[in-house]
Every structure is written in structure tokens, then in C-alpha cells.
Design a protein around this ligand. Sequence first.
Ligand SMILES: [Cu+2]
Length: 289
Amino acid sequence: MFKAILCRLIILWSAFVGCDARAQEVFQRLYINSGEYTAVDSAQFPFSAFNATPQFFPENVRISINAGETLKVRVVNNDSVNHAFQIKDKTTQVGIAPGDSILVTAVFDTGDEVFIYHDPMDYPRLTALGLAGLIHVKSNSNSTFYWNVKEFQKEWATQHALGNPVNWSDYYPDYFTINGRSNPNINNDAVARIVGGVGETLRVVIANTGQSIHSLHFHGYHAEIIYSSENSQHEGRSKDTFPIKPMESLILEIVPDKPGEYPVHDHNLVAVSAGGIYPNGMFLTMLIQ
Ligand SMILES: [Cu+2]
């Protein structure tokens, strides 16, 4: 009896102060680190990334939160030059001096959305150098795979790192990656490689953090556009090829109707190469059992 009254009082109090026990804060620390990227053909060039630790790793942190949660990001500039941070379409640009840090807070009310966070300073120079990752706002517990797609022009990476301008109308990228990896290594990335069963609902969260359009072609299955950051009128369309513009994000849903192993690749064939070698670019396979 006493317990029942206590529970009723707590419920009344919660309603009165408007508190919601489900609202949670998610904390993420990001270090801006600079280093060298080693491509699939052993070519090396400068790369900068947002990592979870002060140690450089050529892949940006993937942030996943639930709709209704508040994200608090502490961004530490672990580099020797000025940087900035912004969640595109969500927060304003904030500068960060070397050795300094900032705290950014953002509330994500709507599920099934994807945001790109990046260094917008001197755009697109530092984003092109590698400083761009994704934030996925979840609404369900479906199996979800993540692709941060990005291409590079090897010779330009050095210019980006030095702060030198380039002429973007002469952009001819020669390395093409998903989560910082290319074929064949990309098939070993459990975060990227779509593996599932017939009839299972699979989600693919994609952000294009490069400066080229990529056109992702799924063999064997159609996918439905659940979310498009730039073209919401495309949501609900079911097809097999998905163009994605620079700094655009998508969520696709696939419900495989048959078992098999089928390729997924960038339909712009130069993007299935690395340093001119085919098929070492944006090319992986889907495995359905
Ligand atoms: Cu194809």
C-alpha cells in the first residue's frame, strides 16, 4: 500500500516538473589528430581525423545516439595549427586553438537522421584533409552498417596540410575509400560490410565527406531511401543506384529476398581504383545467408 502511494507520488511529481526519465545525455570526446594515411597500394599522404584518443588513426569516430538524446561533444585540438568544429545543419562553427578544447551540445529529437560533423575552417581544405565524421540518430535496433565515403587527390593532401590553396575545378581524385579503407580491406570492416539474412531489415547509413559525387550501385537487391539530408522528396523511393553529393547523408534500407554474395560499388568506375589500380577503390560485397 505504502509502495503504491509512493509510486503514485513520484509519477505526479515527474509530470509536474516535466522530467522525462528517458532523456539521456551522451558524451563523446574527439581529438583532432594529424598523421599519415597509408593507402591500399602503400602510397602515403597527410591525413587528419577526429579520433576518440590522442593517438592518430585514419578513421573518424562514428557517433550513434537515440532520438531524444542530448549529445555533448568535447573537441580537443591535439594539432599544432588552428582548427574548428561544426555539426552541419545543427550547430555553428567554433574555432579551437592548438592545445585548447571546446564543448558542443546538441539535441537530436528526430530519429532516422544522419548529420556530418567536420572542421569547416577554410572549407573545404580541412574537411578534404580528412576531418569529417557522421552522427547517426537511431530510432530502432535494426542491423545497421556505416559508410563514411571519401575520395582523395594524393598530391593535394600535402597542399591541404600545408595550408596551400588548390584549384577545385582541376580536382581529379585518385584514391577512393569507405571508412578509410579500400577494396579488398573494406570487406574486413564489420562496420561497413553488409552481412545479414533473407527477410532481415538491414540499414546502411552513408555520409559523403569527400568533394566528389559518388553513385553507389547495389547488385542483386533494391534498397529504399529512408532518409536523405538534401532531398527529402527522394525518401520512400526504391532502386539500386544512389547518387550522393558532397556533404550529403543517406539512410538506406534493404530487406534481402534471396541469399547470395553481391557487389556494391561506386558506379563512377574511376572510384573503383586506387592510384589507377582496379578494383582497389569503393568496392565491397554484401553477404546474405
Ligand atoms: Cu554496378
